[in-house]
Design a binder for this molecule. Structure first.
Ligand code: ATP
Length: 446
């Protein structure tokens, strides 16, 4: 099989949700109180994996480039930002109410039934209100007095932090277009219909690049980033036939966009967006210049030209993308006549890269096991597990996607060697303890 294609393993969403909760990737938030409105907490494995997703993005978008710098802007933000950006007026979804069961829906997510009428997905009634614009931003108050002069918003996208800091970054980083500002962090949207696990939540994490270019080069850079971002998902293990790039129709475009293409993933329920790549033109910089009175432009000393750069924005969701990686990696196969579940995660994404497993809890083995653990911890995220039969421990590590298990057995005390087991092939090789770091590094790809 071509490594870039899948055999279309169909995994049920329930399986992913079950595994995520049972193994400690993602828990429903406030579960002991019955949960809280589609919010989720990332457990010991989830927090590692989510961090790996964000690190992989940062590595490719910032570390391995000379033309991108980072930013971490405030989440709590001034209404002036959102008035100027157009979000106060335009960041809305069309909301309809079912008069019968009182459920609320996004009008653009409802399709007419065979009778040509739109039905409530909950009670099937056709008695729905007209659609009205519902602003998705969470509003709060900064300080003790709850009046309009203290209004503040939780950012609904990390972008805008990039735009309002444009001059600060330009001055301090000494970059010139084409250059980018990258940011990873939480965003908040009061979604009308959150759901599909962490696909759509009200609190989520984004990974956004704003890439500033001379206006005449915008089309070229738009194509460049569409290709670059698509390949990022492939490089991290999503089969090509589970991904597609889809251009938005004119009526789908956001208020700031002259063109958007989405990277979509084949979720168990169908195609869904992982990332939008938009040509935001000079909309945001001009809007903030006009509203703040600060000139947000670039002056090219070589040509004497002054201009407002265009912006190409690849905007990805970290939490949604982590779920896509889980779905794409989920597999079952047969080992020694038994069915096993295995997450074939890229080692760069796996919550643990290595599990160090003493064959038994006998005290004679533990010092050597802990010595090996101490050697490996600086080079890889390690799990350490001494309980249960070794076969069951291997299965557990397979199920959470750990690429390598390093087993310390009684022979290790004699020959100063350990067994390294590969998750995907289940093959085991004997490696001297002196060479275990080298071996693990090579197998993890560097
Ligand atoms: P959608 O059409 O799914 O509502 P969007 O087009 O509004 O998404 P963008 O504004 O382009 O999304 O945000 C960029 C990325 O942020 C999305 O591709 C997605 O991965 C992520 N994202 C957006 N909204 C949510 C959400 N409510 N929950 C989780 N991730 C989200």
């Amino acid at each position: 099989m071509d490594p870039g294609t899948s055999e279309k393993r169909v995994v049920e969403m329930e399986e992913i949700v079950r595994l995520a909760k049972a193994r400690g990737f993602i828990f429903p938030s406030a579960e002991i109180y019955g949960g809280f409105r589609s919010t989720y907490d990332y457990g010991p494995l989830g927090v590692n994996m989510l961090r790996n997703v964000k690190n992989a993005w940062w590595r490719s978008m910032v570390q391995l480039r000379h033309d991108v710098v980072g930013l971490d802007a405030a989440i709590l933000s001034s209404p002036k930002i959102w008035a100027a950006s157009g979000h106060l007026e335009n960041f809305t979804d069309p909301l309809v109410d079912c008069r019968n069961c009182k459920e609320r829906w996004r009008a653009d997510h409802l399709e007419p039934g065979p009778d040509g009428r739109v039905h409530c997905p909950n009670c099937d009634s056709t008695d729905l209100t007209e659609a009205r614009a519902f602003n998705l931003m969470f509003k709060t108050f900064a300080g003790p007095v709850e009046d309009e002069s203290n209004a503040a918003y939780l950012r609904p996208e990390t972008a805008q932090g990039h735009f309002v800091n444009f001059s600060n970054v330009l001055r301090t980083s000494r970059k010139r277009p084409p250059f980018g500002i990258a940011q990873v962090g939480k965003s908040f949207r009061n979604e009308i219909t959150p759901g599909n696990f962490v696909f759509r939540t009200r609190e989520f994490e984004q990974m956004e690049l704003e890439y500033f270019v001379p206006p005449a080069d915008a089309a070229k850079w738009f194509d460049y980033w569409c290709n670059e971002r698509f390949e990022w998902y492939v490089d991290l293990g999503i089969p090509r036939d589970m991904l597609r790039l889809r251009a938005h129709d004119k009526d789908e475009l956001s208020h700031y966009s002259a063109g958007t293409s989405d990277v979509e993933f084949l979720f168990p329920w169908g195609w869904g967006e992982l990332e939008g790549i938009a040509n935001r033109t000079d909309y945001d910089l001009k809007a903030h210049s006009a509203a703040s009175g600060e000139k947000l432009e670039y002056f090219d000393q070589a040509t004497g030209e002054r201009y407002t750069p265009y912006v190409i924005e690849p905007a990805a969701g970290a939490t949604r993308t982590m779920m896509a990686f889980l779905i794409a990696a989920y597999d079952t196969d047969e080992v020694a006549g038994e069915t096993r579940t295995v997450l074939r995660l890229d080692p760069r994404l796996a919550p643990y890269q290595v599990a160090v497993l003493p064959l038994s809890r006998k005290e004679t083995l533990l010092p050597t096991a802990q010595e090996v653990l101490g050697l490996l911890q600086p080079v890889a995220m390690c799990d350490y597990d001494e309980t249960q039969a070794i076969g069951r421990r291997y299965r557990r590590q397979d199920e959470i996607g750990t690429p390598l298990c390093v087993t310390v057995d009684f022979d290790s005390l004699e020959d100063r060697a350990v067994t390294v087991r590969d998750r995907d092939t289940t093959e085991q090789v004997r490696v001297p303890i002196d060479r275990v770091v080298e071996e693990v590094r090579a197998r993890l790809g560097g």
